[in-house]
Design a protein around this ligand. Structure first.
Ligand SMILES: NC(=O)c1ccc[n+]([C@@H]2O[C@H](COP(=O)([O-])OP(=O)(O)OC[C@H]3O[C@@H](n4cnc5c(N)ncnc54)[C@H](OP(=O)(O)O)[C@@H]3O)[C@@H](O)[C@H]2O)c1
Length: 297
């Protein structure tokens, strides 16, 4: 049977990159803008297009940022909980593998997992509900992981090789002040192709989906300054000062990547440690900016 790939949330940032990647790999792919909570339309689309792989890149993240979810709880539930479960359920009923692009922003450093100490594994209970966005994502993960057809990938602070406004780097270069805390980050150039390999292998369950290690905001910006913009400068502020300018809390944590790296090794995929990954990413970004083009794989 011919492989057919169907991407939900097709107009979004990660969906666009994934579609381009799959097309470059010569795969048959379609983007869907059907709403996740519309069960009838989803079943109709699955029955008509007959995909062999479904990718869920749809979700409410809030505009201009996750603070939006604090004031729009029903809309957040409809997309991130009801919608995500609905798509997983429809795929389950039709026997289709679904890759769910989720988030690792469900943890925060605590006494048992201090900075530069023990990292969070896939088995750890989420301990960050400081934003409604994260709360809904942690809640849906608990249910969706019971579905035997679903691969859940926990991204954190995704980074592209260009200055797309959704890129974590673009965001922090535009802030007046930034905190300086080590975090796990997802370099998309390396990890999106890895996600396709994992989907092709029909892996299921939950995976922390970041490059190994943690990197602080100042370290990121120093590498950015080195490769992309030598004139760039920035100012820091404390977490306490940051809390005065945001509505919802923000997650800061380091995820354990042992499960991911072990799985990827079996698939012949290598992923760089986060500092090395950033160094390579910013070199590609500098070339892309010079050529005035968005990232490509
Ligand atoms: N970007 C990040 O920092 C980040 C970090 C970790 C995880 N993630 C996760 O990765 C996924 C994709 O993120 P992204 O950055 O690509 O977000 P994005 O650019 O905002 O794209 C999300 C897309 O999902 C669509 N959507 C929202 N609710 C939907 C629904 N109920 N049914 C169908 N489509 C719906 C949106 O369409 P409309 O605008 O028309 O509603 C939008 O096109 C999200 O689930 C997000 O939580 C993102």
């Amino acid at each position: 049977m011919a492989e057919r790939h169907l991407i939900y949330g097709a107009k979004g940032w990660i969906a666009g990159l994934l579609k381009e990647l799959l097309e470059q790999e010569g795969k048959e792919v379609r983007g869907s803008t059907v709403r996740l909570e519309n069960r009838e339309e989803i079943l109709k689309e699955l029955d008509e297009y007959k995909p062999t792989r479904v990718y869920n890149c749809a979700g409410v993240t809030g505009r201009p940022n996750v603070d939006w979810c604090e004031d729009n709880k029903e809309a957040t539930i409809r997309s991130n909980v009801i919608g995500t479960l609905n798509l997983a359920d429809c795929c389950f009923l039709r026997g289709i593998h679904m890759t769910n692009y989720a988030t690792g922003c469900i943890y925060q450093y605590d006494d048992a997992h201090p900075m530069k100490g023990k990292t969070f594994t896939e088995e750890d209970e989420p301990n960050f509900g400081g934003s409604y966005y994260s709360y809904t994502k942690a809640m849906v993960e608990k249910m969706i992981k019971q579905y035997s057809n679903v691969l859940t990938l926990r991204l954190r602070m995704p980074v592209s090789d260009d200055l797309n406004p959704r890129n974590f780097v673009t965001k922090i270069t535009k802030y007046e002040r930034v905190v300086d805390i080590p975090n796990s980050n997802t370099i998309l150039y390396e990890l999106l192709p890895a996600s396709v390999k994992m989907a092709d292998a029909k892996l299921t369950g939950v995976y922390n989906f970041t490059n190994p290690g943690a990197i602080s905001h100042n370290e990121v910006l120093a590498i950015y300054k080195k490769h992309v913009d030598p004139s760039f400068s920035w100012k820091n502020f404390s977490l306490e000062e940051q809390s005065k300018v945001i509505k919802a809390g923000r997650s800061n944590c380091e995820l354990d990547t042992t499960k991911l790296i072990t799985a990827l090794e079996k698939l012949g995929v290598k992923v760089n440690e986060i500092h090395e990954a950033y160094d390579k990413c910013f070199q590609r970004m500098a070339a892309n900016l010079k050529a005035n083009k968005p990232m490509s794989f």
